[in-house]
Design a protein around this ligand. Structure first.
Ligand code: SER
Length: 316
């Protein structure tokens, strides 16, 4: 029987993934954990306060709940990582090595660990970026994700660890805010336009980036983890793609539904990070190996977010 631990369960992806895993496997089969309790965590049982930097603490929780699947989501993202590079490197690498070492001791434990489009860099082909190509990330976050991918493959080959990973594009949802990423504009814009009718974007209007609606990201995560072991041919991390758009295209789509919406552009340091990433991703291997398919295009995603966020903003 599947018994999951989600590390970083209060984050943008963690909140959504924990909900979907509980709907699928049952509430008690999914232990949520994060560095500190949140307002919601008392209603979010089973919940454990867990520092991803503490190997013994992770081990204790895994043994206590007889966990056999770990979703390790805790990380410092691209923009925040540049404010404190050593902290980002330490957290992102040490915590990954902790879960890999735990799974090395007990190879019945399956690991999911997210990589990112941030593994690519300025010399990477920008359009339809292939699975294998030049990778020269120039953010600490990207460097830690590329190093992490190499560790995952190493632990799989050397120690038989069943670790699986995808390179997420920018993830867009409305239930929880992202923290410290370069693609966060595509979430912020909805909140600001619904609350203040205008948004000042920190990226240029024509800056294309690969993006994905949260429901698709959660589906990809569960799909790759449930795929038969023989289907997983890539043990570093799979390219994963859904939609690509620019701030201007996203704004135009929102304006179709909210005619008062206004936007202005004031690019900051995050523009240089975005410039080093691809415009679009080729994810043929994920589609071929474990049947990945996305469901949300730009217009379906925008409709769903505006509807959901309007309800959420009224309720709170
Ligand atoms: N969304 C992430 C970021 O912007 C990329 O993985 O940092």
């Amino acid at each position: 029987m599947t018994k999951c631990l989600v590390i970083g369960a209060s984050g943008q992806l963690g909140t959504n993934l924990t909900g979907s895993l509980r709907a699928k496997y049952g509430k008690n089969q999914v232990v949520a954990s994060d560095i500190r309790p949140t307002k919601e965590s008392s209603q979010n049982e089973p919940f454990e306060v867990l520092d991803a930097m503490d190997f013994e603490a992770i081990k204790k929780v895994v043994e206590k709940h007889q966990i056999n699947v770990i979703y390790h989501l805790a990380a410092i993202l691209s923009a925040k990582g540049e404010q404190n590079p050593e902290m980002a490197w330490n957290l992102n690498m040490t915590s990954l090595l902790h879960v890999l070492n735990l799974a090395k001791e007990n190879t019945k434990i399956q690991i999911f660990w997210p990589s990112s489009i941030a593994v690519f860099g300025p010399s990477t082909p920008k359009d339809n970026t292939p699975q294998d190509c030049v990778m020269d990330p120039n953010t600490v976050y990207g460097i830690s994700k590329l190093a992490g991918e190499r560790w995952c493959e190493y632990y799989h080959k050397k120690h038989g660890v069943d670790v699986r990973s995808v390179r997420y594009p920018g993830l867009i949802g409305y239930k929880t805010l992202p923290g410290g990423g370069t693609t966060d504009y595509a979430v912020d814009i909805f909140y600001k336009i619904l609350q203040e009718e205008s948004y000042e974007c920190f990226l240029k209007e024509n800056c294309y980036l690969p993006m994905m609606y949260m429901d698709d990201a959660v589906k990809a995560t569960i799909d790759i983890m449930e795929a038969p072991v023989d289907a997983i041919n890539i043990r570093s991390s799979y390219n994963l793609s859904a939609i690509s758009f620019s701030p201007k295209e996203l704004y135009n789509e929102i304006k179709n539904q909210i005619s008062e919406a206004k936007i202005s552009y004031n690019p900051d340091f995050r523009q240089a990070i975005a410039d080093s990433w691809p415009n679009s991703i080729n994810d043929a291997e994920a589609r071929k190996d474990w049947g990945w398919e996305h469901s949300f295009d730009l217009s379906k995603m925008v409709q769903e977010i505006i509807k959901g966020l309007k309800e959420q903003l009224v309720i709170h």
